[in-house]
Design a protein around this ligand. Sequence first.
Ligand code: M6R
Length: 606
Amino acid sequence: MCGIIGCVGHKNAKKTLINGLQALEYRGYDSAGISYFASNMIKTIKTVGKVSCLREKVSAAGKEEATCGIGHTRWATHGGVSDTNSHPHTAGRVTLIHNGIIENYKELQDELEEKGKKPISQTDSEIAAMVIDDCYKGDPEAAIRMAVSKLEGAYGFCIMFSDIPETIYAIRNGSPLVAAHTDKGSLVASDMVALVSHTKHYFVLKEGHIAKMTRDEIIVKDETGEIYSPHIHHIGWDMAAAKKGGYDYFMMKEIHDQPTALLNTIRPRMVDGLPDFSADEVGDDIFENINRILITACGTAMHAGLIGRNMIERLCRIPVTVEIASEFRYQDPIMDEHTLFITISQSGETADTLAALRLAKERGAKTLSVVNVKGSSIARESDYVLYTHAGPEIAVASTKAYSVQLSVMYLIALRLALVIKKITEAEASDYMTKLMETVDKVEEALGYDTQLENIAKRIARNDDIFFLGRGLDYALSCEGSLKLKEISYIHSEAYAAGELKHGTISLITDNVPVIAVATQPDVFAKMISNVQEVRSRGAKVILVTGPDASVDAALCDHQVVLPDTDPLFTPFVSVVILQYLAYYVAVEKGLNVDQPRNLAKSVTVE
Ligand code: M6R
């Protein structure tokens, strides 16, 4: 939520900042702004709208040279979308950008107002700038330290002081910040997509540490003021991975990235044909003496958890609960050292998931995270990490991250089943072969685009769309429905097909589209009965089945016949169909697929 970037020493700082903001735009796109040193003064240009509007405004402002500046792309929390509420914010000698929420801003504002200091915006971020300025008596680090001791909430700040040219200070709590030094100068940003065109080497600024960034170096100090040498990470992907690669939208590119992402995630964990986490340093002891598993995540990642639960319970016969992270921590959850607590997160920074993880650790559970972004907070704070190798996911709607999360959940289920002897090596090896074969089926499903585009045109004008499924197909339908509603703005819900008659069926009337996913042989007949029920109430039915399904032509308006896949593995393939459907409906409606309204990619506030 909100993208931030800072650079010092770069010849054309304004260009570096704006290009970086363009890459970070998926984190928020309500407004954008930059501040930079020019002629020994801090100048600010900001505007409502996307980074392209800022780019125009900056170029209209002329060719003033700058080598140090900060930039922000906003997802509004406190205060509406306006130029005044856009970042950067200036208070006295302090100019800052902020990602996060200052929860006690009102009390701080009251204190400042008692001193006669009034904000001009409605944002919590301006209050943070005012607090730092209020504490500033010539020593920037002391001022930042004193100010953050008064702040409650989450923040990633980049701060410039008008009397300290060519220098940026950064500090964070909760919100992510990565930094890098190259021969051209220093850089800091919310994530590496903004910096990858400059360097592949970076470090994660630890919570509470202050980074002082100049042309020549970055000095990091810990909470006690001691100099700290951060661990340098290397990213395994390049600029091409963070570009659209000829597709109209990142989402479409990322749908097509899925076979490669799956192979990159599964292959390193297949040793002699068996699931194996030794290279991840996840020993089998993590699976020993556990009597339950708790999976916690948000949104799409939580949906991957639902499929994971199905697989783990099926193969391992260990009870698994899946909880939405934002609810979990307020339920006084029961956990102990026999609980394996799994968090799933693409960004590794989702505030609710991170808070749930911290609670699980406090209560003594063993923690394992499935994370895409290396070195992210969730990855660092978990006892064990299994990284997914999707590369950067830029579209707000998650696609490839979901598929690779599924693959890791399958690997966990298989390894655990093997360790606790619920399956033999021969069976595990057979499952692994099927998992690898599924990747080819995903590739085949990518060829269904035209069919789905045609179906999408027929449902894009409807106000409500329902998804139905049973078992794995129900869990998958939850993801299909989320995908559709978040980018097409069509109201959509997923239902367990057996639940229909308990109320939901009253919503089914003439021409209401129902996407029925019926790939599971054990519940196929029951699914078909449920489809009959909606059909006889006038529903427009799109039926997704395996190739062996025998279906009466009158039962549906369209049948999507999946490539021949083992039923246990169909979610990998069916999800491509549902991703395509959501994508083409949004395109048909002329919407910005990659940047749906009101959303942001990485939700770093609770
Ligand atoms: O980064 P995370 O995986 O923790 O994000 C969790 C959700 O915000 C995310 O999956 C969201 O639901 C998707 N972007 C929706 O497509």
